[in-house]
Design a protein around this ligand. Structure first.
Ligand SMILES: [Ca+2]
Length: 511
């Protein structure tokens, strides 16, 4: 008897074997004896119920060479599998990430067997790229292999533990987790039934390479200093809101259609008769580059189909300008680390800076790594044939992964799939929401909507969601306003008379 078949005989009696808590704990500890190719199982330990989480069996280990994972198997199993992705460059096993963004406990609380991984390397934090220096194996693991092999392994362990294959199988990720979501749908289309694809960083070489380099260069003066800093953001934020709030048809403090507005910067540009504070010409130039021009070659050819969205200013401290007193400004950090250690076939290393990136030479040199990292092909045919369903969601005030690329990808998918796209993937663009709904601002955070319940219903009934409800709450938790977000390309349009704080005052209009 091999260890695996012995285990199957003792553990895989399914529900009978797990009938009592003591039996479940024995079955949990027995999982540590599983032998799976390329996998070192380090521990399998029962974890008691808490106020926050149900009782579960924690299985930890790594897939060679360095994909650290944890699988959490609840005693009271709902029959499903929920896997969470990771953000940025990953590099940490964040089993207890809060909320639902890249957080496996969001599924565990609903009774799913849950799993996550660290992307296949150790990093000091999720913006640390040093692990990738001359390390193609780790780059391939971060690019595609870590999520795939963890998903395969987790489904094998789940079947061993419960005696039954999981259904449904759901993957949920945001940012890099969204890139992982699209990678799974495109390269491993049979591994998941449903996918939640948040703010996908689907084109790392275009986004974190060319586009972020253009954002950094546009905001760097000849001495290497910032042109727009944290002290300038409030003036810009208030001016953009004043000019763009009503452009979507409703003055509600939200810029619901940032692409429908063009800002005239002249009223806040320094000049005769302008009040302080005001913007220098260099600052206006930076704003035009960020919000209108985007990443272009010296001939004006576009390198990436997105710009910094109007209405994202409340979130610029963390992503673009840094905060007063230090910290934040992660776009420059991401861009520099990516270019030094990840973006090129041969890493230039730490001597390379964002200012060294030549928009006429370097973008095409990123093609080799693009084949490893990117998942932006406008084709979900394999996923569609496997019966997969995807909900894609993206905040319209996302200043680090702007929504323009996601809309362009959807337009490409529409060309490929025609009207059949609606049965495979639906996109929800969420007004006023920051990247992955992380920071509170004018719109909702990730806590203000529930795409998992919508996906579960879609998988169960076959009926795709036409709208997702979003709820904004005040500091005390009372409902401030509620509004549907409609499946792209439809938009929630106000009826002209009703209270804009009430969901009933809106209807989805296709155009
Ligand atoms: Ca508005």
């Amino acid at each position: 008897m091999t260890p695996t078949t012995r285990l199957r005989a003792t553990v895989a009696l399914g529900l009978v074997a797990l009938a009592t808590p003591a039996a479940a704990e024995d079955a949990c500890r027995a999982l540590a004896d599983l032998r799976i190719n390329d996998v070192n199982l380090l521990s399998a330990v029962p974890v008691a119920v808490t106020d926050d989480l149900p009782a579960f069996c924690s299985v930890r280990g790594y897939v060679r060479p360095a994909i650290n994972f944890e699988i959490r198997l609840p005693e009271d199993w709902n029959g499903g599998f929920y896997m969470a992705g990771c953000g940025g460059f990953c590099g940490q096993l964040l089993s207890d990430a809060p909320g639902f963004v890249n957080a496996m406990n969001h599924g565990l609380r609903r009774g799913y067997a849950a799993a996550t991984m660290d992307g296949g390397h150790w990093g000091a934090n999720s913006v640390d790229a040093r692990w990738a220096l001359h390390n193609r194996v780790a780059e391939v693991d971060w690019g595609e292999r870590a999520v795939r092999v963890t998903a395969e392994l987790a489904q094998q362990v789940i079947a061993e533990f419960y005696g039954d294959a999981p259904s449904p199988r759901i993957f949920a990720g945001c940012s890099t987790g969204g890139r992982q979501a699209q990678m799974l749908a495109q390269r491993s289309p049979g591994l998941f039934d449903g996918i939640l694809n948040g703010a996908p960083a689907m084109d790392y070489t275009g986004l974190v390479g060319s586009w972020m380099a253009s954002v950094v260069q546009a905001n760097t003066d000849a001495e290497g200093g910032r042109i727009i800093g944290p002290g300038d953001v409030a003036l810009i934020r208030d001016h953009v809101l004043a000019q763009c709030d009503a452009a979507d048809g409703l003055e509600d403090g939200l810029i619901s259609d940032p692409d429908a507005c063009t800002v005239d910067w002249a009223p806040i540009a320094c000049g005769e008769g302008t009040n302080e504070p005001c913007l220098s010409q260099a600052q206006v130039d930076t704003l035009v580059a960020w919000t209108e021009t985007g990443a272009v070659t010296s001939d004006g050819e576009s390198l990436y189909p997105a710009t910094v969205p109007l209405g994202s200013e409340p979130f610029w401290g963390l992503w673009l300008t840094g905060f007063e007193g230090g910290g934040g400004g992660l776009v420059p950090v991401f861009n520099q680390g990516f270019l030094q250690f990840m973006a090129f076939r041969d890493d230039p290393g730490e001597a390379f800076s964002s200012m060294d990136f030549d928009v006429d030479i370097h973008p095409e040199q990123l093609a080799f790594m693009a084949a490893i990292y990117n998942a932006d092909a406008p084709d979900l045919s394999g996923f569609a044939e496997a019966g997969g369903r995807m909900i894609t969601w993206h905040g319209l005030a996302d200043a680090i992964v702007p929504h323009g690329k996601t809309v362009a990808w959807m337009e490409g998918l529409r060309d490929t799939h025609g009207a059949d796209l609606d049965a495979v993937n639906r996109l929800f663009l969420i007004p006023g929401m920051d990247h992955c709904g992380i920071q509170p601002g004018p719109g909702i955070t990730s806590a203000g909507f529930d795409p998992l319940t919508a996906l579960e219903a879609w998988l169960e009934t076959g009926e795709a969601p036409g709208a997702l409800m979003t709820t904004r709450r005040d500091a005390e938790g009372a409902v401030d306003w509620e509004r549907p977000v409609c499946a792209w390309p439809a938009q929630a349009v106000h009826d002209g008379t009703g209270d804009w704080r009430e969901a009933d005052s809106f209807a989805c209009v296709a155009d």
